[in-house]
Structures are given as C-alpha cells and as structure tokens.
Design a protein around this ligand. Structure first.
Ligand SMILES: [Zn+2]
Length: 258
C-alpha cells in the first residue's frame, strides 16, 4: 500500500464548512470505490490550500481511469467550495501494510478479511494478496460500496468477538459463522455478484471457532450443502475446507490446531 497526499487549492474565498463537505464527500466516494483505504482522513489547512493524507492500494490508485461515477460527481462538486481538483503527491510505500496482488487474473479469489485488515477484502486465491476493488467493474450501483459496507460490519463483529468482553460477543460470532445469518448471506451474495462480474470463481470465508475435538472438526461438512469439503492440504495455512459447488472456504477451529 502507498501513502498519498491530496492537495486541494482554493481558487476563491470559501468557508471551512464548505471545504469540509466537499473534501469529505470526495474521500467517501474514493473509499467506496476502493481507491483509498481506512476511514479517517485528517485534513490540514495550509496556505490557501488543504492537504489530506490517505493510504492507497497501489501507486496509481488515484488515476482517473479508475474513478467511479460517484467520484467524478464529487470532483465536480469541489468547485461549490471554491476548490480545484486535487493534485496527488505520492509520498511512498506504507511499511505497515500489505502489497496489492499482481494485475494478473487469479484462477480463484476469496472474500476474506479480519478486524486488523484495512485493505481490500477481495483476495487472490493464489497469493492471498488483496485485489484493489476498483480494478473490477462496479459491484453494485456504480461502485463497491456494498463490499466496503459488508467488510466494515464483518470487522466490527470480529473485533467484538475477539475482545470477548461483552454480551454482544455471541451475536457477533453468529454473524461470522452461521450460513443463515444476515452478514453471511449478504457477503455470500456479494461474492456471487463479484464472480458474475469478473468471471473468476469467488469464494466466501466462513469463520470457525470452538468445537469438541480435532477429529470432530475434521469431520465437519459444508454448512450449505452438507457435502465433504476437507482439503488434503490447507491453502495459505488458513483454509482447510473448500466447497466448490457452494463457493465457501473455512478454517479448522484454531482451538484444536495447537
Ligand atoms: Zn457445499
């Protein structure tokens, strides 16, 4: 991932509230298109200009060829706040984050995230590296907001169940593990949508924890079709199960892998 600085110049008098509205609107649009990652974008007031720092998946993530219709609209709206379209300065590589997947077509891909990951939840099946969402045609309604929204909620549930400090833990865990939960169904549908758009087999990750024993866990069946799905060798040390007809992958409960 790369850190960029967007510099917005004012061409006329403006107000802080107009600038805030214009810049935040654009950052939301970029985020929902996968062009910037994370949710907080500090805006610094300089001498007749405003600067925003953001993390992008790739060096050319801000290239206009990737812009969604919503991003284009927000760029036009900047003039309402007397702002010019931003100049993009590439500051360098973010050593804290993962690199993006190569721009080649993977043989399969998976929707997989955790509460510590800010990068794209769509990952190459070959390398497990994140695939920037803007590389694909819009998932739904002009951009990838549905994917980002799903990811945000999945991560929130993951954080709650990992912390294990409140009564919401079990409800959150249910959303990550049960095929009939709202979050699972929504994520699985998004997976189908991405597969339809990209023509690449796209899998959904079922989180698994608990269980009685390693034997019991290995005997686990696909939660959707009830078929056998244990792999001979795990993929990326995470996916021990894979159902090719239901497009679901899963781990063996970490409790029994010590
Ligand atoms: Zn199945």
């Amino acid at each position: 991932m790369y850190v960029v600085e967007l510099v917005f110049e004012c061409f006329d008098d403006t107000t802080i509230s107009a600038v805030e509205k214009g810049i935040n609107g654009l950052m939301d649009a970029l985020r929902f298109n996968g062009q910037v990652l994370g949710r907080e974008f500090p805006v610094v007031l300089g001498d007749g200009e405003f600067m925003v720092r953001a993390v992008c998946p790739d060096q050319d993530s801000m290239h206009p060829k990737y812009h969604s219709d919503f991003v284009k609209v927000c760029l036009k709206r900047l003039s309402d706040a007397s702002l010019l379209a931003p100049k993009v300065r590439l500051l360098g590589l973010d050593i804290n984050s993962e690199q993006a997947a190569e721009e080649e077509t993977p043989s399969w891909q998976v929707l997989y995230t955790t509460y510590v990951h800010t990068c794209s939840p769509l990952r190459s099946g070959e390398s497990l590296l994140p695939i920037p969402l803007y590389r694909n045609p819009p998932t739904l309604n002009g951009d990838h907001k549905s994917v980002i929204k799903w990811q945000t909620e999945w991560q929130a549930c993951d954080e709650i169940q990992m912390a294990g400090g409140c009564k919401a833990e079990h409800a959150a865990l249910r959303e990550l593990t049960e095929v009939d939960s709202d979050l699972f169904r929504r994520g699985w549908d998004i997976r189908g949508r991405i597969e339809y758009i990209t023509h690449i087999p796209t899998y959904y990750y079922q989180y698994r924890v608990g269980g009685k024993s390693l034997q019991d866990e290995q005997a686990r069946k696909c939660p959707k079709c009830g078929g056998d799905w244990l792999l001979d060798q795990p993929l990326h040390d995470i996916f021990y199960f894979k159902c090719d007809s239901c497009r679901i992958v899963s781990n063996i409960s970490w409790d029994h892998l010590k």
